[in-house]
Design a protein around this ligand. Structure first.
Ligand SMILES: *Cc1c(COP(=O)(O)O)cnc(C)c1O
Length: 369
């Protein structure tokens, strides 16, 4: 018996998501001291988490024997106040990855289509394929989303869902409010638009805009955000979406009743209030982005200008450089699975982590000449 044959063909065809290599795994493989390893592979927050969130987690542990609030009342209340929407417009996810999957489960089935961009976040094609729907990937423009081409593809293919990331991972590309408005105005409102803003907090004031207020005019919009990046809670798994209440209703029907654990809910409430931590995170990222891009320029390497907390750069023999960096105790992310085999993606770390990455990269390149 070959049990894989029991799974639908579309499940067997899934190419598994490739996560950043965990520090303990590399330490085991190479016999390195975990303390000597720098992980700049998953766009995590180098400052850790807000001390307020950590205190809230300790407190929440006292009630760990109880099931979490399946309605997520406290967290949804905090989010609805922050964004001035109703509780019925908010859905919580086990990471925003969960939210993306909820959208696929609720709205896509075999025969349906979803549109996304080339080089867009890998979870869009994965979530689409996992429910047997068909993904339509649209050519990118300078590695960024070509919203005009995506609009044309949506009109041609009539998908149920369009996924867009702003900024996008792994390219770091960004589109502005005017472009988004033009796209939403021209798109038929029977097509849902997932606007994935996982990196929203890293945008400067000049570029950040309040997408939530577009829900009034564009009820087909689903805005997804996460506590994994700027809030530093990646290990807890908590994200959310803001959308029309009918959309939220459908997402809730396919959601696990207790998809967000109690410690995560408590931490997220506290993290949301700690604006100073998010500001420090933003400032450190700005400085680190300058440090890393200056270092890449100094080595003569080109990179895609990034609006997130990571940058993808082009380097000859990227796969080899990736492995050499591992041996030197620096974990970055290969992006060959994003059809970018000549690039590596590095997350912005602390000043010391960035410096270690740059000197390891310089060494790896020097050796391979
Ligand atoms: C990291 C990331 C997410 C979500 O991560 P979660 O930890 O599941 O919240 C979503 N979208 C993009 C583009 C990301 O890079």
């Amino acid at each position: 018996m070959n049990y894989t044959e029991l799974a639908p063909q579309y499940v067997r065809d899934i190419a598994p998501y490739q996560p950043g290599k965990p520090i303990p795994e590399l330490a085991r493989e190479l016999g390195l001291d975990p303390a000597d390893i720098v992980k700049l592979a998953s766009n995590e927050n180098p400052l850790g988490a807000s001390p307020k969130a950590i205190a809230a987690m300790h407190e929440a542990i006292a009630s760990i024997a109880l099931y979490p609030d399946g309605n997520g009342y406290e967290l949804k209340s905090a989010l609805s106040q922050r964004y001035e929407v109703n509780l019925a417009n908010v859905v919580l996810g086990n990471g925003s990855n969960d939210v993306l999957e909820l959208v696929a489960h609720a709205f896509l089935s075999p025969g349906d289509k979803a549109v996304f961009s080339d080089h867009a976040f890998a979870v869009y094609p994965l979530a689409t394929q996992a429910v047997g729907a068909t993904g339509v990937s649209v050519a990118a423009k300078n590695y960024g989303h070509d919203l005009n081409a995506m609009l044309a593809a949506a009109i041609e293919h009539q998908p149920k869902v369009v996924f867009i990331a702003n900024p996008n991972n792994p390219t770091g590309t960004y589109f502005g409010e005017i472009e988004l408005m033009g796209f939403l105005r021209a798109l038929p409102q029977n097509i849902l638009v997932v606007l994935d803003e996982a990196y929203n907090e890293y945008l400067s004031d000049e570029f950040r805009f309040d997408s939530v207020r577009y829900l009034k005019d564009f009820p087909n919009l689903i805005i997804s955000r996460t506590f994994s990046k700027a809030y530093g809670l990646a290990g807890l798994r908590v994200g959310y979406a803001i959308a029309h209440e009918q959309v939220v209703d459908m997402l809730n029907r396919v959601r696990q009743p207790f998809n967000v654990n109690s410690v995560a809910q408590a931490a997220a409430v506290a993290a949301l209030q700690d604006k100073e931590f998010v500001r420090q995170t933003y400032l450190l990222n700005q400085q680190g982005m300058e440090q890393i891009t200056a270092g890449l320029r100094a080595m003569g390497l080109s990179f895609i200008p990034s609006f997130g907390n990571f940058v993808s750069f082009k380097v000859a023999g990227a796969a080899h450089i990736f492995r050499r960096l591992l041996e030197l105790g620096v974990i970055v992310r290969p992006v060959a699975n994003y059809a970018m085999p000549d690039f590596l993606r590095v997350s912005i770390g602390t000043e010391q982590e960035n410096a270690k990455f740059l000197s390891a990269l310089e060494q790896a390149i020097g050796e391979s000449k």
